[in-house]
Design a protein around this ligand. Structure first.
Ligand SMILES: *Cc1c(COP(=O)(O)O)cnc(C)c1O
Length: 491
């Protein structure tokens, strides 16, 4: 069963948690307990392909779904030619260092790993619970979630999706990907403000009784595709196991060997999924939490004090431009042995004062498992260049943050997997600048993409080249106070 991190919501099933998104007490749903895998279980996982691994792990964590339901969700998401056969391949970078490439899906970013399957999990969950309501998905996005959610939910029966993105906080490709979105059930708005403004406004709507009643009358119920939804997190646990199995299968590690993961982090969803994988028995010594100039998590992990009262920077890794990492709440809950009272009190502090400090006991646990570091834009550019020239590995800005932080705090003697979160083509401008390609400000998005292909002799992903011929369907920009109204209007 699933419980809320704030302790004032009823226990519910996995499918109910996926339909609900956020808990009614403002907390996040987590499983009461986790399955634990032995070395033999992991070795069995290694014999399966990605879809097989996903079916095995999801079946255990979403235990009110039947095996057939899970199989159908997994096949719809990772089959049908939407991903390459390996789904999430690992690529060698240098000695003891690997890159887990999570960006070979339809939108070229790691969010596809979860958002291609979430709509299927959600519609299956709705049916299981006998709901005749349609789902209204609201997304606050720093770029990649928006497109990946739109692509995942587009034309899915019984769903409607509205995406809000910070007008100045996403890359040109990201904006174009969203504003050209196809589908009958989609809507997209640019918002004046930063990602936290947008996320805060959307989170409020989810618990606003008046709006909830209003949309219920029209036959809708809210749900969230943000990484606060358990259905987003659970598919992400799979690729940590899968990367480990791939390393075992290629003979670089033996079953039981401990490895490390270095994760470029924003909302703390990706790295938290890794933490849960470890809790389920994956041999991981440590996680490295990598941040850009918005290094609120670096400070938190090194000092035990979380403070969002700081300057907000717009960086070249915009998907990590976040000051409130929502999923941290789940980590605090888990580190405190499911202490809802303590977790709720910390979140209350954050809400009221904009900061909180954790107890010495919690801090010790946190630091025994997580290392942290951050990279500003200049260092990130240097890292892109260094990996490209020294290792012949071309990476995007988010992945570069992780690679740079690994070089600061990583253990070179331990096999380490960098979790690579976006295709370099998606953030082409800073990548081109970093590697010294001849570009200028008069070049449009598509000229930049062509130049990246020419300069690096790599192939343009079809998902990006096809944007060229798509028409812009959504061009409306609104104030953050206008978000609730747009939600009302849309139904
Ligand atoms: C969303 C995103 C991140 C951050 O992931 P979280 O789960 O929010 O920590 C990092 N890189 C890219 C490219 C992303 O889209």
């Amino acid at each position: 069963m699933y419980i809320s991190t704030r302790g004032h919501a009823e226990k519910i099933t996995a499918s109910q948690a996926i339909v609900a998104g956020i808990a009614p007490d403002g907390g996040l749903y987590v499983p009461e307990s986790f399955p634990k895998y032995s070395e033999l279980d992991i070795s069995n996982l290694c014999d399966l392909d990605y879809k097989g691994r996903a079916k095995y792990i999801l079946s255990e964590l979403l235990d009110d779904f039947t095996d057939d339901e899970i199989a159908s969700c997994v096949n719809n998401a990772y089959g049908n030619g939407k991903f390459p056969e390996a789904v999430a391949p690992i690529a060698p970078v240098s000695e003891n260092l690997w890159s887990l490439e999570l960006w070979h899906g339809p939108t070229c970013a790691f969010k596809d790993m979860a958002l291609q399957i979430l709509p299927h999990l959600m519609t299956t969950a709705m049916k299981k619970n006998g709901t005749d309501k349609k789902v209204l998905i609201l997304v606050a996005t720093s770029g990649d979630t928006g497109k990946a959610a739109l692509e995942g939910f587009k034309d899915v029966e019984g769903t409607k999706i509205i995406t809000f993105f910070p007008e100045e906080g996403v890359s040109k490709v990201q904006k174009l990907q969203m504003t050209t979105q196809e589908g009958k059930n989609v809507n997209v708005f640019g918002v004046y403000g930063n990602f936290d403004d947008v996320q805060t406004a959307v989170k409020k709507i989810f618990v606003d009784k008046k709006i909830i009643d209003e949309i219920a009358e029209k036959g809708y119920t809210f749900s969230s595709a943000n990484s606060i939804n358990w259905g987003r997190l659970v598919p992400q646990i799979v690729y940590y196991f899968s990367a480990y199995c791939d390393l075992v299968n290629s003979g670089f590690i033996g079953i039981g060997d401990e490895i490390e993961f270095c994760v470029p982090t924003g909302n703390f969803g990706n790295i938290l999924a890794g933490y849960y994988a470890r809790k389920m028995g994956l041999p991981v010594k440590r996680f490295i939490c990598a941040s850009n100039a918005n290094n609120v998590l670096t400070d938190f992990i090194t000092t035990g004090k979380y403070s969002k009262c700081r300057d907000f920077y717009t960086t070249i890794s915009p998907s990590m431009d976040i000051l409130i990492s929502s999923n941290l709440e789940r980590l605090l809950f888990d580190l405190s042995d499911n202490n809802a009272e303590e977790t709720a009190a910390l979140m209350e502090e954050l809400n009221k004062r904009g900061s909180y400090s954790i107890s010495e006991g919690l801090k010790e646990k946190l630091q025994s498992l997580f290392a942290a570091g951050s990279l500003n834009d200049e260092k990130t550019m240097q890292e892109i260049k260094a990996r490209y020239t020294d290792d012949n590995y071309l990476c995007d800005t988010h992945t570069a943050v992780a690679l740079g932080v690994y070089r600061q705090v990583g253990d070179k003697d331990t096999t380490t997997v960098i979790v690579s979160t976006a295709d370099p083509y998606k953030f082409n401008y800073p990548v081109l600048k970093a590697i010294g390609a001849p570009i200028n400000d008069s070049m449009n998005e598509f000229m930049l993409v062509d130049e990246l292909a020419r300069f690096t002799k790599t192939k343009i992903p079809a998902q990006i080249s096809s944007l060229k011929t798509k028409e812009v369907r959504f061009n409306e920009k609104i104030a953050k106070y206008g978000i609730a109204n747009k939600v009302r209007e849309s139904i």
